[in-house]
Design a protein around this ligand. Structure first.
Ligand code: SF4
Length: 285
């Protein structure tokens, strides 16, 4: 069982002061502690982007993949070790742009993992271009006259894609986000947690103040998380923005359905007791 101190890394993050990623990082750590997970049983997979450095600054296992390609790595990790708690973290550009294909197919396979999307509605790492979730009309270095496309609605996309746990949080409400993450990690299947994550440097529209004024909690509005039609309606709201769990349903996971894995994960019967691990590592350097 981990403590918050044990999840600290020696290095400190280099996110901009006030970045919403700090709130998400705090919520991930708190959820790991609250769920009494062992750090060596947690793997955080990431792609490329500001928030994809998340696994550099949480003391669990981690794998930094390519832009938009973190989900296949997460799937592979889950296939190789079913008892691992797999958390994938990436931005909206990473997951809803170049990684969209992986997002759709990981959802429909229903791997048991949690996918946290830091949705700041902008490409922060590359200095503020508009992203797949940028609001129509938003100006950026690549769209000086304002973006003319409608944004992706990730919640509706996930509902249509048969995602078995669909939620949205706000990086400015860490206790609420922690509670969502705990439920997402406990869910047996693919859990999407889209998070409003203010980018204080490049997105001057979707700020902490903007979200504080607009968000409300689904669980306080009597929302029924088993009602798919109602979840679609809630996902389309824009005057006020619901956060919390939109929808959840139980379905068999991919790893429990694969006949090749019914007797557990196949393991090579190789004696490695005399292997010098340091030498093996050295040979890859
Ligand atoms: Fe965070 Fe934006 Fe700074 Fe990136 S550029 S670290 S998303 S505030």
């Amino acid at each position: 069982m981990a403590t918050l101190q044990e999840l600290e890394t020696k290095d400190r993050s280099n996110w901009c002061p006030g970045c919403g990623n700090f709130g998400i990082q705090a919520a991930i750590k708190q959820a790991i502690v609250n769920l009494k997970l062992e750090p060596h049983n947690v793997m955080i997979s990431t792609g490329i982007g500001c928030g994809s450095k998340m696994n550099q600054w949480i003391e669990t296992y981690g794998f930094a993949g390519l832009h938009g390609r973190s989900l296949p790595i997460a799937m592979g990790a889950k296939l190789a070790n079913h008892s691992l708690t797999v958390i994938d973290v990436g931005g909206d550009g990473d997951g809803y742009g170049i990684g969209m294909g992986h997002f759709i197919h990981t959802m429909r396979r229903n791997f048991d993992m949690t996918y946290i999307v830091e949705n700041n509605q902008v490409y922060g790492l590359t200095l503020g271009q508009t992203s797949p979730t940028s609001e129509k009309g938003m100006k950026g270095p690549s769209t000086p006259f304002g973006i003319i496309e409608d944004p992706v609605n990730p919640i509706r996309l996930a509902l249509a894609g048969d995602c078995t746990f669909v939620a949205r949080g706000f990086a400015g409400d860490i206790p609420h986000l922690t509670s969502i993450l705990e439920q997402a990690i406990n869910h047996k299947g693919f859990a999407l947690v889209d998070v409003f994550q203010p980018c204080v440097t490049f997105n001057k529209i979707n700020t902490y103040a903007y979200f504080r004024q607009k968000v409300y909690k689904l669980e306080e509005s009597g929302h029924d998380v088993t009602n798919l039609e109602e979840a679609f309606k809630k996902a389309g709201e824009s005057e006020k923005l619901p956060i919390g769990i939109f929808y959840k349903v139980d379905k068999p996971t991919y790893e429990s359905s694969d006949v090749a894995l019914q007797d557990g994960v196949p393991r090579a019967n190789v004696d490695i007791s005399n292997v010098n691990v340091a030498e093996v590592m050295e040979s890859f350097m």
